[in-house]
Design a protein around this ligand. Structure first.
Ligand code: AVJ
Length: 320
């Protein structure tokens, strides 16, 4: 079957309004920040795919190892009819699940949801071609906002991989998991990927690679704002910073102004002092007991917790 036309719940004008709101809120704050979702235009999505292949970036490989081992368990335990993937990107690792479901039989529909139209167009066409008989319904949406638009009807498995849940701050995470629970019915399942707390000497290089791909990915958000909002950032005048916060157990990406700058964006003039940092991403790392507790607080029961052989990355299967 060919993929169905993308269902669009985030029109370009909604995206642009969201970007304007975030830029205004983040760049007028005392400590400047931008949310990470704006990295992912087509260039940013490509750079992220390149990151997943870097020697230092272990999460993708570790999560793939878990899925390679346990995808058949996911298929048999859930017996899902519909697989929904939030923040699907290329859906590359999800193929391990689709393969297991194909061998088992019974999965009828795959629903990837992402903010990136370019990523979805590529992934839905390829998956539809490679899994004949599978209905592929791509949804353009924001996983924090479009949970009420997911297909209904039970027999659902929602997968949220890559550790992307770590991009949410703790309070946002609680809201997100509660909304997820509310969107599901008793008997539905959630498969959640979480990067695990480990020595910062392993984490920091994953976010500050030798080849500079992550630095380019980080600066891409400034190119996006220049293009979409007509701003005049000089992205190359910002240095990439990866900072491990031991109290919160998260890594932050920041952009550090290498000289004083004045940036025009929207109706704002934004001043940067030399050395001032703009936070562009939080990527939280988890402890297994913490993941279970957060899921329990949101009304899920953790059924299985798996890690890769090196214990780098955790995947939890939970049920409502
Ligand atoms: C796609 C959110 C899982 O936090 O590790 C990669 C994004 N940022 N390198 C992550 C990212 C810097 C990634 N997630």
């Amino acid at each position: 079957m060919s993929a169905e036309p993308l269902e669009i719940y985030l029109e370009p004008q909604d995206l642009e309004r969201g970007l304007r709101q975030d830029v205004r809120a983040g760049l007028t704050a005392e400590a400047k920040w931008l949310p990470p979702k704006w990295f992912y235009d087509s260039r940013g999505s490509e750079l992220f795919e390149e990151i997943t292949r870097l020697p230092e970036y272990y999460p993708t490989r570790a999560e793939r190892a878990v899925l390679a081992e346990h995808a058949p368990d996911v298929a048999s335990l859930t017996g899902a009819k519909t697989l929904i993937e939030l923040g699907s990107g290329s859906s590359e690792k999800t193929r391990l699940l689709l393969d297991a479901f194909t061998r088992r039989g019974g999965l009828g529909t795959f629903v990837p949801l992402d903010v990136s139209v370019s990523a979805l167009l590529g992934s839905t066409a390829q998956i539809a071609a490679d899994y004949p008989g599978l209905r592929v319904r791509g949804i353009v949406g924001d996983f924090t906002r479009q949970l009420d638009r997911l297909p209904t009807g039970g027999g659902r498995l929602v997968v949220f991989l890559g550790g992307t849940i770590g991009n949410l701050l703790p309070a946002e995470r609680a809201d997100f998991l509660a909304a997820m629970r509310a969107a599901l019915e008793v008997g539905d399942w959630l498969l959640l990927g979480t990067d695990l707390v480990k020595d910062p000497s392993v984490i920091v290089p994953a976010y500050d690679d030798a080849a500079g791909v992550t630095a380019e990915f980080n600066r891409n958000v400034l190119y996006v704002i220049n293009r979409e909002l007509g701003a005049d950032f000089d992205p190359e005048a910002f240095a990439h910073v990866a900072h491990w916060d031991p109290d919160h157990e998260w890594i932050e990406m920041r952009l550090r102004a290498t000289r004083p700058m004045r940036v025009r964006v929207l109706d704002l003039t934004v001043e940067f002092a030399a050395g001032e940092e703009l936070r562009t991403e939080v990527s939280a790392k988890f402890r297994p007991e913490g993941v279970a507790a957060e899921l329990r607080d949101a009304g899920f029961a953790a059924a299985q917790f798996w890690t890769d052989p090196d214990g780098l990355f955790g995947v939890t299967l939970a049920q409502v």
